[in-house]
Write a protein that binds this ligand. Structure first.
Ligand code: TXA
Ligand code: MG
Length: 335
């Protein structure tokens, strides 16, 4: 008498380290082959590395959730090669089309009504009537999507709740024994995830602050609203604890306490020498690029990391959002 598992989990069993390939033409062909066969490939984007699978293949999507340890009620972003592919998945209002025309390819994700003919598997959208779509600004990954000829579902390529990866080495450290292939194209330019917008009839809602600053989007949408929890349009990535290092984070710190690492921003106060500095010039874009990698580095050597105050302007909104969620596991921060 033998019991068989309903799902063959050979795909998620430890299988030795993933292959890592540079972003050249033959690797992109190989990435497309692996994805079409239902495998998982970590791909670079301008924001963070994504863990990509064929969005129309339910088994492949299931293996994304398993590899990340991600709750399957948290839907995935579908990455498209162009606007035409996006329009085959979602209903575009005039405002949605204007946002795509202005910001794609780029770090803007649009949450739109799902078309009835949308071929994306329901597991990728967690059964919601909406779908999140984005055209990434990364040549290698756009090439992979074109070669596959289908949208790619891709969450950030990290174990659920942990720091997002901005290098191929980060991906290998977190998921290396659970995925098939990593395409290495160096450090992600922006370093923070895309901004997620739901353009609706009564104005647009910002579901997640990200690499595209609020002020740029508001030029097209007018003032962005906050998600109304009572209406259920909440990006589950707004989960309180997320983007978290192992270490405790203490935010808005002007100097480290004993035993703490100090992550600086801008010129440090007299007599304080930061362990690392997000941007000595106080440049928010530079800080965004550095945030996750520096938190990883300090996390290796410290149980507690004090972080200098970061202004809430421009990209500071997304930086502070990630830091607050990363801090949420320590009760003292009371978020
Ligand atoms: O920059 C990025 O957006 C990266 C790269 C790889 O593209 N991806 C990324 O994916 O950050 P992920 O899965 O870590 O975050 C996707 C977010 C989640 O917060 C999820 O809840 C939200 O998008 N989301 C997806 N579909 C949604 C939907 N239909 N309605 C509301 N939120 C949705
Ligand atoms: Mg993520």
């Amino acid at each position: 008498w033998t019991t068989f598992s309903m799902n063959s989990d050979s795909h998620n069993a430890p299988r030795g380290p993933a292959r890592m390939l540079p972003a050249d033409a033959s690797s992109l062909d190989e990435a497309a082959r692996v994805i079409l066969a239902g495998g998982l490939v970590a791909v670079p984007t301008e924001t963070v590395y994504g863990l990509a699978a064929d969005a129309t293949n339910g088994a492949a999507i299931a293996s994304i959730y398993t590899a990340k340890g991600r709750p399957s009620f948290n839907p995935l972003i579908c990455h498209v090669a162009d606007l035409a592919m996006a329009e085959s998945l979602a209903e575009f209002s005039p405002l949605a089309r204007a946002l795509a025309a202005r910001f794609w390819p780029g770090p803007l994700t649009l949450v739109l009504p799902r078309k009835s003919s949308c071929p994306v598997h329901e597991l990728a959208t967690a059964g919601l009537p909406s779908i999140a779509v984005r055209q990434p600004q990364h040549i290698a990954t756009l090439e992979i999507i074109s070669r596959v000829g289908r949208p790619l579902a891709a969450p950030s390529a990290n174990p659920s709740e942990q720091l997002s990866p901005t290098t191929a080495a980060h991906v290998a450290a977190g998921l290396g024994d659970r995925i098939d292939l990593i395409i290495d194209d160096g450090t992600c330019r922006a370093g923070l995830e895309s901004t997620i917008i739901a353009p609706g009839e009564e104005g647009a809602v910002m579901l997640r602050a990200g690499s595209l600053a609020r002020s740029e989007i508001e030029l097209l949408t007018g003032p962005l609203r906050s998600p109304d929890a009572s209406k259920g349009i909440v990006a589950p990535g707004m989960l309180r604890r997320h983007y978290a290092p192992r270490a405790r984070l203490r935010l808005g710190a002007t100097a480290p306490e004993s035993g703490e690492a100090f992550l600086g921003f801008g010129a440090p106060p007299r007599g304080v020498s930061p362990s690392l500095n997000l941007s000595i010039r106080g440049d928010l874009a530079e800080a965004a690029t550095n945030l996750f990698a520096m938190l990883r580095t300090l996390d290796e050597s410290h149980d507690s990391i004090a972080v200098a105050p970061i202004p809430e302007t421009g990209l500071g909104e997304a930086l502070n959002d990630r830091l607050r969620r990363g801090a949420a596991h320590s009760r003292e921060n009371g978020l």
